[in-house]
Design a protein around this ligand. Structure first.
Ligand code: MTE
Length: 577
């Protein structure tokens, strides 16, 4: 097998005995697929299999002259509006975009960190977002301070126990024990999914424009929207879910597209429920005289800066007019009885009921009525659901379904996979269930044998049924057996949709929409069994900690007397002729 020996026949000396070997010290680990990132690629297109040399990233380069020729970055990329710290408007200024592109292509940046084929770092923040910080600093001007400012806002507004998947742009989720602790997620614990820095906007200086294919383009302040004589107030309890929720299960099965921002390694916490206050966008469009000339979609502009392929842009996505017309798109300024936190879009964000979170644009500065769905990359390149056999080298954007409504899904928040559970015949489980598009969980079922037999969670153990909302649940799952068991959850929504049985069934290159049944493996120690109870009592009597399940038992499981008594009463091991 060619390729494993990066030492190329050079002798390496392992251990004290100076063993002469051409193996790498981590040969066994690599052979077992535990270090996929260093595995050479095999080229089998010729008559002989060739191992391709590993990719080498050269030193970082910077063409200082070319960068200087672009001009004064503080003037080029200046603050767009008074009271809008960190806001550079790109979409109206192609020449500004071109200048930033020149700066970004006149230098090189470190490659993405490897977090899918290699081990995920054991740190919090898990990934730092080094090159995203570098891009902001490289463009400079109003963007220079954003990475630092944004992290300060995280520390100010989020719960200290948040799990920071990515420091910048900030992506964080609550730990499992807090995800479903409350049916309404407290603001400091609501997950955050950012593609850029956090603009810091003064409410007094805030306004947004509604233009494009509307009869009378207009600008609205927050006071305009809050005037109940003009716009009836709308209050809604809404679950927001990112289409990357539970992505880690797809990554652990097969790595996919590995850009750390679009593909942040979310667990089950990229979902949260909040009470929003705002107005229906339909009424605001009406105040502009309605749509004209085939206006079919509404494109939302967020004031943050997004980087893609050495280009800069604002955060743009769209929703169809039909969704707006149904009063299912809100412009909101309040979250759980408080003004919108800065990190969640202060002063005004879009909340699209029943769609993936990506369409609920934060720090809204413009709405444009357009003919076709947004061509901006977040919508047309990133939030796409590819068929399984379409990957890095053959994907076309048009192969992907634009992800809009999330399918029904659910997750177990307690216990955790690999956990040892001592119980009296029932394992206490809890979690969430949700369905997009205004459908709701009707039935939640749990299995403890990998999905053969299912127990229905009684309705009284589910939180209230509401359109646009998840249901949290808890259940004492009967478990008669001992040893490793596989607990599985699945949900049926009100349209009788349910979840694919396993991750492989719905794995996709973009690692989106992990809606398969959530499976965890736990070790059952069943105290209703007399032998187990006796053994546990011994642990207690001897003061021995119950310890990891893999540690050998510290005392014999049977006395020799018991052993002899058994064989005296029973046939010997081998059969007589
Ligand atoms: N709006 C802007 N302006 N920038 C963003 O990066 N992220 C979107 C959406 N709105 C995003 C945005 C995504 S992908 C999600 S899932 C939701 O915001 C998350 O909302 P939250 O951070 O308030 O939980």
């Amino acid at each position: 097998m060619p390729g494993l020996h990066s030492t190329n026949g050079v002798e390496t000396h392992n251990g004290h005995n100076s063993l002469k070997t051409t193996n790498r010290p981590d040969e066994w680990k690599i052979e077992q697929g535990l270090s996929g990132a260093v595995l050479p690629v095999l080229d089998m297109t010729g008559t002989e299999t060739k191992a391709l040399p590993p990719q080498v990233f050269g030193d970082l380069t910077k063409d200082k002259e070319a960068i200087k020729a672009v001009g004064d970055r503080n003037q080029l990329f200046t603050r767009e509006r008074k009271g809008w710290i960190g806001f550079v408007e790109w979409e109206n200024y192609p020449e500004k975009k071109a200048a930033a592109h020149k700066i970004l292509t006149a230098q090189t940046f470190p490659p993405n960190p490897e977090f899918q084929l290699g081990p995920i770092p054991a740190t919090n923040p898990v990934l730092p977002g080094t090159h995203w910080k570098m891009w902001h600093h490289a463009v400079g001007g109003e963007l220079t301070q954003i990475p630092e400012d944004s992290w300060d806002i995280v520390l100010e507004e989020k719960h200290p126990d948040m799990l920071h998947l990515l420091q910048f742009p900030y992506n964080g989720e609550p730990p499992k024990r807090l995800v479903t602790d409350k049916v309404i997620t407290p603001n400091p614990l609501h997950f955050v999914r950012n593609h850029g820095g956090i603009p810091i906007i003064d409410k007094e200086d805030y306004s947004f424009t509604l233009d494009g294919l509307v009869k009378t383009p207009r600008t609205f302040t927050l006071d305009d929207l809050m005037d109940e004589a003009k716009f009836p107030r709308v209050e809604k309890l809404v679950t927001m879910q990112c289409s990357g929720t539970r992505r880690i299960e797809q990554i652990l099965l097969y790595p996919g597209q590995g850009d750390e921002v679009p593909q942040a390694p979310w667990a089950e916490g990229a979902i949260g429920t909040a009470h929003y206050v705002g107005v229906s966008l339909k009424k605001v469009i009406k105040a502009c005289g309605g749509l004209i000339d085939g206006g079919e979609h509404l494109e939302f502009y967020g004031a943050d800066t997004y980087f893609k392929d050495d280009k800069v842009m604002n955060y743009l996505v769209s929703v169809p007019w039909s969704k707006v017309k149904a009063n299912e798109v809100l412009l909101c300024w309040e979250m759980n009885g408080q003004q919108l936190p800065k990190i969640h879009g202060y002063p005004l964000r879009v909340v699209v009921l029943g769609y993936i979170g990506a369409r609920s644009v934060k720090w809204l500065y413009r709405i444009k009525a357009i003919k076709n769905p947004s061509r901006a990359p977040v919508q047309s390149q990133e939030y796409l659901y590819f068929p399984q056999q379409v990957g890095k080298h053959n994907l076309k954007m048009t192969d992907g379904i634009q992800i809009q409504e999330m399918p029904v899904s659910s997750a177990i928040m307690s216990p955790w996979t690999k956990q040892v559970i001592i119980h009296n015949g029932k394992i206490r489980c809890k979690g969430w269930a949700y369905s997009g598009g205004g459908r709701w969980p009707e039935r939640v079922e749990l299995s403890m044998d990998g999905g053969f037999n299912w127990y229905t969670v009684p309705l009284q153990n589910l939180s209230e049924k509401r359109k646009w909302c998840w249901r949290t649940w808890q259940y004492e799952l009967p478990c008669d057996v001992e040893g490793w068991v596989e607990i599985v959850v699945r949900c049926w929504d009100n349209s009788l949709n349910t979840q694919p049985p396993d991750v492989r069934t719905a794995w996709n290159w973009g690692l989106h929409v992990t809606s398969s049944c959530h499976r965890i493996s736990v070790y059952s120690v069943n105290k209703t069994r007399s032998a187990t109870k006796a053994r546990l009592d011994q642990f207690e009597k001897k003061g021995i900690p119950f310890g990891p399940i893999t540690v050998p038992l510290a005392f014999p499981s049977q006395t020799w007397e018991e052993y002899e008594t058994f064989w005296a009463k029973n046939d010997p091991r081998d059969a007589r002729e």
